[in-house]
Ligand binder design. Structure first.
Ligand SMILES: Cc1ncc(COP(=O)(O)O)c(C=O)c1O
Length: 451
């Protein structure tokens, strides 16, 4: 893994370094801070990145929760190269290409039984918008058009488009953007430090928080509610693992009231929790499931919504020459993305990666929970190969302590992610014990230095 850096890449990085950084308005980035001390990645292989200064950086986050099979996998690289040479683009409206059908079949095979219709998007955010629109339209095509209300959850993250931030519950993502979508409400989040701090795996307290949906049913009436959307494990808000029995209860309440349940599995999909989807890990089948990221190992942007047969079939009425669902993207099922995703699924299958988190999770959990007792660590959370270490914020400067720790870890050659004052870990599923040790010890050092 300790490969020398390709000189041409170094050159490219150096030339980027000397180019003005003014034009690129960076997403979800502290632009001014970054541009004063840039962190430029120039190469990636296996568990590692290399930066423009030649530093090898162990990837504790799978890029951005997406490179589940590790970086630079030859089969995926070749599939993309071959596809680009064979056919660059195929229009997805009223036309198609064979790999789109093949991929949809393969994704459906991985999903819980009965979830067998796959609609492709280019990102998780687009997947969320698609699922919300599908839910609203589903009720309408069945003649139940009063079901227009969408329910999210406090602290939820569902991407950055208007539907997603409306049902989302992270204030910084919402407060700048006006009144958002109408007819949206939120159930309570499940974070409970008082009762559940340092839970290993699923916390024991909090199944009853699902009953908050009953409160909203009592307030709005079930006949106005189309769907509830939650992340089975909330990622971007700082890794919140669902309390035991919580998702089951949510499913029961949705069933009772004819409300669709949408799982946003953008982070949890493709092996993160030890099964292909968290729906299988927790034994709860939603009606619609959003995925992205690990679908194509992050190599080409791609997302998808997986729907139950019955939802799809409800649309298949009326004259056959008419479009059934007025929705889609120019790049839905893009040939390069399909090729990358098929090769990704082959890689996962060949190496047993979609269940590898079950083998590694005890070691990962033990290593992570050894952080208990370190300065300012107020909680450690984990499930499968995803973990969070929550820190008490610096007085008057929320998020700063975690951000400093992130910078320190990077300096020492380990890439972690911070959300608020939580350090989040979601390494590639090819991770070995030695990598876990390295990540955790580097993080421990940074936490101590930040005290
Ligand atoms: C749960 C969840 N939903 C949606 C998204 C948005 O995905 P994208 O950034 O691909 O639009 C993310 C991204 O992190 C996510 O974690």
């Amino acid at each position: 893994m300790n490969k020398a850096i390709d000189p041409s890449l170094m050159q490219a990085a150096e030339s980027t370094g000397s180019t003005s950084m003014d034009a690129f308005w960076m997403p979800y980035t502290a632009n001014r801070q970054f541009k004063k001390a840039p962190r430029l990645l120039v190469r990636a292989q296996g568990m590692h990145y290399w930066d423009s200064e030649g530093r090898q950086v162990l990837d504790g986050v799978a890029g951005l929760w997406c490179v589940n099979a590790g970086h630079g996998r030859p089969r995926i690289v070749k599939a993309i190269q071959d596809q680009a040479a064979e056919m660059d683009f195929a229009p997805p409206f009223q036309m198609a290409h064979p790999k789109a059908f093949e991929l949809a079949e393969r994704v459906a095979q991985l999903a819980p039984a009965g979830m067998n219709k796959v609609f492709f998007t280019n990102s998780g955010s687009e997947g969320v918008e698609t699922a919300l629109k599908m839910a609203l339209a589903y009720h309408r095509v069945r003649g139940d058009a009063s079901r227009t209300r969408l329910i999210g959850r406090e602290r939820g993250y569902h991407g950055v488009n208007f539907g997603g931030i409306s049902v989302g519950g992270i204030v910084a993502n919402r407060k700048m953007f006006g009144t958002l979508l109408g007819g949206v409400d939120h159930i309570r989040h499940t974070h409970d430090l008082a009762q559940n701090a340092f839970s290993v795996g699923q916390p024991t307290h909090g199944a009853e928080l699902a009953d908050d949906l009953e409160r909203l049913v009592a307030l709005h009436d079930a006949s106005t509610i189309a769907a509830v959307i939650v992340e089975p494990v909330a990622g971007s808000t700082g890794v919140l693992v669902p309390p035991q029995g919580y998702l089951q209860r949510l499913r029961q309440i949705c069933d009772k009231h004819g409300i669709l349940l949408i799982f946003d599995e953008v982070i949890t999909g493709f092996g993160r929790t030890g099964q292909p989807f968290a729906a299988q890990t927790f034994g709860v089948v939603p009606d619609l499931m959003v995925c992205a990221k690990g679908l194509s190992n992050g190599a080409v942007p791609m997302g998808a919504v997986i729907a139950k047969q019955g939802i799809h079939d409800a649309f298949m009425t009326g004259p056959e020459h008419l479009i059934e669902f007025y929705h889609g993207y120019t790049y839905s099922a893009h040939p390069l993305a399909c090729a990358a995703a098929l090769a990704t699924l082959d890689t996962y299958a060949e190496e047993g990666l979609l269940t590898r988190a079950t083998e590694m999770q005890d070691y990962f959990a033990q290593a992570l929970h050894s952080m208990r007792g370190e300065p300012n660590v107020i909680d450690v959370r984990n499930i499968g190969l995803v973990g969070g270490v929550e820190l008490s914020p610096l007085a008057g400067e929320p998020t700063r302590r975690a951000f400093n720790i992130f910078l320190d870890c990077f300096e020492k050659g380990v890439f972690v992610r911070t959300t608020g004052d939580t350090v989040a870990l979601s390494p590639p599923l090819i991770i070995e014990r030695s990598h876990i040790d390295h990540i955790v010890e580097t993080l421990r050092g940074a936490i101590r230095r930040a005290a």
